[in-house]
Design a protein around this ligand. Structure first.
Ligand code: G6P
Length: 612
């Protein structure tokens, strides 16, 4: 989704902001643009529909690209088509102010009509353009850039993360946020503004996460943060604690493949330091603020979107099994608009890799406004959901760049299994069971590695379905959400229509689709319901369906039912999803790659969906 990068300092801003934009390509976008103040103190703007390379191709020669202050943007269209005119930055009538904006201005029609009455003319269909005109309007009454920004932004309803430059204030940049993330990076005699730390981490690891309603004024020597009412804010500087290599592809062809292969480590990072062997339990420090309350919780609601919603479904399965607490799982987008009932004694969990998904954030606020305690399960440290939750658990998966979420999913599931044991151990679970769980969890990273070592075989299986137009994924129990996740991965990056189903539901509809062209990817592991799923496979086979099976190592008898089999190691039932999802991730990856598609930036998708 939309990305912002800005630079103020002694260096030439243009290569820095263009480089930063490229680091944000993974978020998904359909146009890009830059603005800077040149050496003659003139505002220069270049923008273009399409990819950043198209923008670069139309830029003037490097000698004309020189300035110490600049802003840049990648746009994911909401208001208005993805055209060059609608691309950011947008300018005022007098061509002095240039604005880049993430978020949505809800009262933009109203503001636009008023500005038109005043004589302003608009070029684009975007909500953003009104900001540039509003700044111009308030500049008539004020000669202080910060005060102009505060007055303009007080009129704006909706969400924004913005960066603004103006040729009348050639050494100053203004940035502000309300509901859309914005980060100030602090370098030596230079500052950065971004909506995503990935864009600036190669330059600095010292950052300030701006809060809603804050405005920052920056020049090359200093910055000052104020509220919209011009009160000075004493902000806290944080250190980014991960390495730049996290946002490099290394030897991998795609970020998605790199992230799939990182899972032995990322899963270990999700549980390391949280297992208390001596007491056969787990420790979740981030939840301790209401550890006692958690002992008394009567029900749980988990709210999420996309892949995080699939991990929530697995969480439901494991928590109900181990802690005997009823769990409801909700799509955030539905939850926020249906006046949810939150019974006394309910703890709400929100799960979000990015910590910025607009629907999940709104659902969190809705739950809090009804008096519920909300715990956030997030990856991005300092993200809005992490900050607004009452307490929470970080999954520590490291930066996830591929739009199709992979390692965040397994880290979420790992953390949810820890949560289930944590809650279960307060009441029902024996020390013996937990000791066994801890022992098994320690073995998971090497078992994931074993599945990854089978990558060549999985690629061969992918070759057999590369021309399919549909696919069905079946699983039961905790592997039903894994089937959903496998189908989602295939849809997202290969554009093959795929559906996930609980295997026994197949006979209530999807069975009508089965013929010799339909690949049915079935998770059939040696667990309590193995025999049941074998019956479902027989039903597919009887109708000439092509069965591709994910099976437990050693289960050779399943080969007679299957066109191909991918084996995974045996583990405890509740930990199986951590292994069964890996071949499905690889399968989707290889199908998309064999089809020659852009795996890391699939069409129309965004990594972090910060609008409704
Ligand atoms: C987008 C991404 C998905 C992700 C979903 C929820 O749709 O493309 O990969 O699962 O948002 O994101 P979150 O950051 O809240 O987990």
């Amino acid at each position: 989704m939309c990305g912002i990068v800005g630079y103020v300092g002694k260096r030439n801003a243009i290569p820095i902001i263009l480089e930063g934009l490229k680091r944000l390509e993974y978020r998904g976008y359909d146009s890009a643009g830059i603005a800077f103040i040149d050496k003659e103190k003139k505002l220069k703007i270049h923008k273009r529909a399409g990819k950043i390379v198209s923008l670069e191709r139309m830029l003037p020669p490097p000698s004309e690209l020189d300035g110490n202050i600049g802003i840049a943007h990648t746009r994911w269209a909401t208001h208005g088509k993805p055209t060059t005119i609608n691309a950011h930055p947008h300018t005022s009538c007098n061509n002095k102010f240039a604005v880049v904006h993430n978020g949505i201005i809800e009262n933009f029609k109203n503001l636009r009509n008023k500005l038109i009455e005043e004589g302003h003319t608009f070029e684009s269909d975007t909500d953003t353009e009104i900001l540039a005109h509003l700044f111009e309007h308030f500049a008539k009454e004020n000669d202080d850039f910060t005060l102009i920004a505060q007055e303009a932004l007080k009129l704006v309803e909706g969400t924004f993360g913005i960066a603004v430059i103006c040729s009348d204030f050639p050494d100053q940049m203004i940035a502000a946020r309300k509901g859309s993330p914005l980060i100030l990076g602090i370098g030596k005699d230079e500052f950065f503004i971004t909506s995503d730390v990935n864009a600036i981490v190669i330059h600095t690891k010292r950052v300030i996460y701006l809060q809603d309603g804050e405005v920052v004024s920056i020049d090359k020597n200093k910055f000052e943060i104020t509220t919209l009412d011009n009160e000075i804010v004493d902000a806290v500087i944080s250190e980014i604690d991960w390495d730049v290599s996290a946002i490099e592809k290394g030897n991998f062809k795609h970020f998605m493949l790199k992230e799939i292969f990182e899972q032995p480590t990322s899963v270990k990072n999700a549980f390391r330091g949280r297992l208390v062997e001596s007491r056969s339990t787990v420790r979740l420090g981030g939840l301790l603020s209401n550890g006692e309350d958690l002992r008394d919780i009567k029900s749980i609601q988990i709210i999420a979107c996309g892949t995080s919603w699939h991990s929530a479904l697995i969480g439901k399965h494991i928590i109900e099994k181990l802690a005997r607490i009823p769990v409801e799982v909700e799509y955030a987008s539905e939850y926020r608009y249906r006046n949810p009932i939150i019974p006394d004694g309910t703890n709400v969990f929100v799960i979000s890799q990015s910590g910025e998904t607009a629907d999940t954030l709104a659902a969190l606020r809705e739950a809090q406004s009804k008096g519920a305690k909300v715990s956030g399960i997030t990856n991005v440290i300092g993200s809005t959901i992490a900050r607004e939750s009452d307490n929470g658990i970080y999954i520590h998966a490291g930066a996830e760049i591929g739009v199709a979420s992979t390692k965040a999913f397994t880290s979420q599931v790992t953390v949810l299994s820890l949560l289930a044991v944590f809650l279960g151990r307060m009441k029902y679970l024996s020390a013996e069971f937990c000791a066994q769980f801890i022992k098994e969890l320690w073995k998971i990273p090497q078992k994931i590695q074993k599945v990854l070592d089978n990558n060549d075989h999985i690629k061969k299986v992918a070759e057999t379905i590369v021309d399919s137009t549909n696919a069905l994924y079946l699983g039961r129990g905790a592997n039903y959400p894994v089937a959903l996740e496998g189908a989602l991965k295939l849809k997202e990056i290969s554009y093959i229509h795929a559906e996930g189903y609980p295997a026994a539901e197949m006979k209530h509809g999807p069975i009508a689709l089965i013929d010799e062209n339909m690949p049915v990817i079935t998770i059939a592991l040696k667990d309590a319901i193995y025999e049941k799923i074998i019956s479902n496979m027989q039903e597919v086979k009887a109708r000439s369906g092509r069965i591709l099976t994910i099976a437990t190592e050693g289960d050779t008898s399943i080969e007679s039912l299957s066109e191909s089999v991918i084996y995974i190691p045996k583990t405890m039932d509740i930990l199986q999803p951590l292994l069964s999802v890996i071949p499905l991730q690889l399968l989707a990856y290889h199908v998309a790659d064999l089809r020659g598609l852009d795996v890391d930036q699939p069409r129309n998708l965004a990594k972090s969906v910060t609008v409704e």
